[in-house]
Ligand binder design. Structure first.
Ligand code: 2BA
Length: 109
C-alpha cells in the first residue's frame, strides 16, 4: 500500500475530490498553506493499493492544472534589502506536487 500526498490549488480541489470518488479512491482533504506564496492550498491524503497508484496519479494529473500567480512585493522590514524586489513577480504554480510514500501498516477500526 502507498500513501499519496498531493498538494493542489484550491480551485481544483472540488473537481479532484469528485473525480477520486468517481474512481473509487478514498481521500482526505486538508486545508494547507504554501510556504512561498503563503496562500491557501489543499493537501489530499489518498491511501491506495500498489497496483492503483498509477491510476490515482492519472486522476490527479487530469484534474489539476498549473496557473500563473502574481506575488506581491513584501517589505524587507530591516532584513536584507539586496534581495528585495519592489515590483510584483509572476510564478507558475504547479498543478499538483505529489509525494508517494510506502505505508508500513494500515488499520481501519
Ligand atoms: P508555495 O510554497 O506557496 O509555492 C508556490 C509556487 O511558488 C511554487 O509552485 C513555485 O512555482 C514558486 N516557488 C516556491 N518556492 C520558491 C522559491 N524559493 N523561489 C522561487 N519560486 C518559488 P509549486 O512548485 O508548484 O508548488 C506549489 C505548492 O506545493 C507550494 O506552494 C507548496 O505548498 C507545495 N510544495 C511544493 N514543493 C514542495 C516540497 N518540496 N515539499 C512540500 N510542499 C511543497
Amino acid at each position: 500500500m502507498k500513501m499519496i500526498m498531493a498538494v493542489v490549488q484550491d480551485q481544483d480541489s472540488n473537481r479532484l475530490s469528485n473525480a477520486l470518488m468517481d474512481h473509487n479512491f478514498r481521500s482526505t482533504k486538508l486545508a494547507s498553506t504554501g510556504g512561498f506564496l503563503k496562500s491557501g492550498n489543499t493537501t489530499f491524503l489518498i491511501g491506495v493499493d500498489d497496483i492503483r497508484v498509477e491510476k490515482a496519479l492519472q486522476v490527479i494529473r487530469d484534474n489539476c492544472k498549473s496557473r500563473d500567480q502574481m506575488v506581491a512585493p513584501v517589505s524587507p522590514m530591516g532584513g536584507n534589502a539586496d534581495s528585495y524586489v519592489p515590483y510584483p513577480v509572476e510564478v507558475e504554480v504547479g498543478g499538483a506536487t505529489v509525494f508517494v510514500l510506502p505505508v508500513e501498516q494500515f488499520h481501519h477500526f
